[in-house]
Ligand binder design. Structure first.
Ligand SMILES: Nc1nc2c(ncn2[C@@H]2O[C@H](COP(=O)(O)OP(=O)(O)OP(=O)(O)O)[C@@H](O)[C@H]2O)c(=O)[nH]1
Ligand SMILES: [Mg+2]
Length: 365
């Protein structure tokens, strides 16, 4: 079965397009009206979304062949019978058309889409999944659970390329808004290097705004037996890079500031020399609104952000925002964090695991 979606101004327009694309055998699976455009509720246009399908080509050919070229008396009866059965099929298609034109998608599809919306997955992503989902539905008639399984694997395939498979560069920095968990995440990453890979690490911080920020990092540094260099300006930073040359990985913490202040990113650029061997992770908390995450991302777009880290996975049940960010910016996620404990509450981002988590609240029928 081939399924195609049309967005048109009217049903006749849809029928014309469907006939020319999919042929006379096409059936309409679903249609709905929606309003689009407009300005303060004025000048909106009514549009139609029409979903049509056609069976495989082989089936059509067989049907055509069965019509006799020169029907005799015998053949004539069978020809008429066939015509009648085709007419019946057409009538049932039309009544189905009537039925679906005012209704919503089939219940299983509606259930799955409603769940995805609950997870705050963007409509742009839902639009991509809708057509293949309906195609799968009409081919296999799954129940909601089976359709949910199919949807999970669709998401895994779609976002597989968003996993980070790289390794750390020599210098690793974290940037991002206030309180998202930059320092804690940096400590987790550093501790993993020491405990799991036996690497020699050092810390640098450019966060000199709060005394407690320095104390916080000092504590982690002393537990990991690593040096900490505090940098107040660009000259300090350059000096610190030279001083830490002998270490395997150097972790750089930065101050979280109000991302709405343009000044913040340009201040960062004044201190940190963003160069080839420096890797920058933008840290975002999954507890934030997607619109804020997007604003933060755009604010940081002038920095060479390599990957994203998503924190506080444990503090929300709506995790679609991570997928929305990867989708909108074609970015990769390197890690997710899910608690305050250093170093255990962090894992490399794995799409299967994440999707299992996102779909974990789905209640079986
Ligand atoms: N629940 C939960 N809390 C976290 C997570 N990561 C960090 N935190 C907590 O969030 C709070 C802020 O963490 P910090 O690491 O200080 O955040 P920051 O981004 O460095 O903050 P600023 O430097 O002030 O911008 C602390 O209480 C952390 O323990 C997480 O994954 N889950
Ligand atoms: Mg901090």
């Amino acid at each position: 079965m081939k399924v195609k979606k049309y967005v048109v101004a009217s049903m006749p327009q849809a029928m014309k397009a469907i006939r020319s694309d999919l042929g006379e055998e096409a059936v309409i699976l679903h249609s709905k009206q929606f309003r689009t455009g407009g300005f303060f509720g004025l000048f909106t246009k009514t549009k139609m979304e029409v979903l049509a399908a056609v069976d495989s080509v082989e089936k059509l050919n067989v049907k055509k062949k069965s019509a006799p070229a020169e029907p005799g008396m015998e053949d004539n009866t069978s020809f008429m019978k066939q015509q009648l059965s085709e007419l019946n099929a057409l009538v049932s298609q039309m009544s189905q058309m009537q039925k679906v034109s005012s209704s919503s998608y089939p219940q299983a599809v509606e259930n799955v889409l409603a769940y995805l919306r609950l997870q705050e997955i963007d409509e742009a992503i839902l639009e991509n999944v809708e057509t293949p989902m309906l195609e799968y539905y009409y081919l296999h008639r799954p129940n909601s659970n089976q359709l949910m399984k199919w949807t999970q694997s669709w998401f895994v395939n779609q976002f597989k390329a968003s996993e980070w498979s790289g390794s750390f560069k020599k210098y690793v920095s974290v940037v991002g808004p206030t309180g998202v968990g930059k320092t804690t995440t940096l400590a987790k990453l550093a501790a993993k290097c020491v405990l799991e890979h036996n690497q020699k690490i050092a810390f640098i911080t450019t966060d000199t705004y709060r005394i407690s920020a320095i104390e916080q990092l000092k504590t982690y540094a002393s537990i990991l037996n690593a040096p900490l260099t505090i940098c107040y300006n660009g000259a300090d930073f350059k000096k610190a890079l030279v001083e830490t040359e002998a270490y395997d990985v150097i972790f750089i913490d930065t101050a979280g500031r109000n991302f709405l202040e343009e000044q913040y990113v340009s201040d960062l650029k004044k201190i940190i020399t963003f160069q080839e061997n420096l890797q920058t992770f933008l840290v975002l908390a999954l507890t934030s609104k997607v619109s804020d995450m997007k604003a933060v991302y755009e604010r940081f777009a002038s920095l060479p952000v390599d990957q994203l880290i998503f924190t506080k996975r444990d503090e929300t049940t709506q995790k679609g925002s991570l997928l929305n960010m990867l989708y909108h910016y074609g970015q990769r996620a390197a890690f997710t964090t899910y608690g305050q404990d250093v170093p255990e509450d962090i894992s490399p981002f794995k799409i299967e695991v994440f999707i299992d988590d996102v779909f974990g609240d789905w209640k079986d029928e």
